[in-house]
Design a protein around this ligand. Sequence first.
Ligand code: FES
Length: 93
Amino acid sequence: MTTLTIMPSGKTMDAPEGVSLLKLINGVDPAEHTCSDACHLYVLEGRKGLSKITAEENGKLDMIVGASSKSRYACSATILGTEDVTVEVLTFV
Ligand code: FES
């Protein structure tokens, strides 16, 4: 089990393998959610502890203001269980 740290609050939680950041952060299952491109966050640490970014996600991130190499969509990033992850929540559903 890895640990997810959510900034700026500093809240930590156990992060089971295979669970999306969206589900962990606000309890929303991406499969049951109508997407509004509004779950942008920065991965501050543990990028390799998350699923790889897809071309589709990368393309969507390219269109938002403030996106950087640290950017992910919480609905698209799932915990791999290989290392602890720290994220900074920016905009959220
Ligand atoms: S819910 Fe659609 S980008 Fe996150």
